[in-house]
Design a protein around this ligand. Structure first.
Ligand code: ADP
Ligand code: MG
Length: 224
């Protein structure tokens, strides 16, 4: 289980009390949905979990292991952003390699894994292309393929599908759900689409003014 316990943060060192205060739980194989208005603190929370920001207090525990003690490169975390997930000057293959092999070194084993996932995601013919030769949806699909191959136990999604057409978005959500369950990941999905949560979230929280409030997923429909 992933447990975020009373994580606090403020962008301004002198402000008290800390404006951001987060707690949540995700079981293995679960997707947690986070809904909230722009500026409510969703990205800040993901940045704290990933290690881009350092909290003032609180804990992040994965199966009782404290993650805050780990430097950013050792955290068992993959994060996907709304854009700029890929290196523009590197091929699809190299972009994925950098995520899964030290120094991006290619071996028969990595090549086979990459071929398999690109096949599964309908991207097989794009292996040697640069990201600029792909559509926005295809680029996010490559980033998702890399995230899924990394198999880090915590997958953070910071609205990565929000710029995509609905059909592509729903396909991506379905992939996230399948892989989260199959690989036993703990996925935290920030989204502004209530529908995303209805479709794949096992738990839903609403972010309001830097605090998370658990929300009954069944009630989303009525409030939407
Ligand atoms: P969300 O992802 O929900 O839109 P953010 O976590 O990006 O919200 O931002 C929450 C609040 O923190 C916003 O009011 C924003 O202005 C502020 N904030 C975000 N990043 C910084 C920063 N680097 N320095 C100062 N304030 C920031
Ligand atoms: Mg954000």
């Amino acid at each position: 289980m992933l447990k975020i316990d009373g994580l606090t943060y403020t962008y301004h060192a002198k402000s008290t009390p800390c404006p951001y205060h987060f707690s949540l739980k995700a079981n293995k194989g679960e997707t947690v949905g986070i809904l909230g208005e722009s500026g409510s603190g969703k990205s800040t929370m993901l940045d704290l979990i990933a290690g881009f920001l350092e909290p003032h207090s609180g804990d992040i525990l994965l199966d009782s292991e404290a993650l805050l003690a780990l430097p950013i490169e050792k955290r068992p975390v993959t994060i996907l952003f709304q854009q700029h997930n890929l290196f523009e000057h590197l091929s699809v293959k190299k972009n994925i390699l950098l995520g899964i092999s030290p120094h991006g070194k290619s071996t028969p084993e990595t090549d086979e894994k990459i071929s398999e996932i690109l096949e599964e995601m309908g991207l097989a013919e794009h292996l040697d292309k640069l990201p600029s030769a792909l559509s926005g949806g295809q680029q996010q699909r490559v980033a998702l393929a890399r995230a899924l191959l990394r198999k880090k136990p915590i997958l953070l999604l910071d609205e990565p599908f929000s710029g995509l057409d609905r059909k592509t978005r729903l396909e991506m959500l379905s992939l996230v759900q399948t892989i989260t369950q199959r690989e036993g990941l703990h996925t935290i999905m920030v989204t502004h689409e209530t529908e995303d949560c209805e479709l794949i979230a096992d738990r839903v929280y609403k972010m309001k003014n830097g605090t998370l409030l658990p929300t009954n997923p069944e009630s989303l429909q009525e409030k939407a």
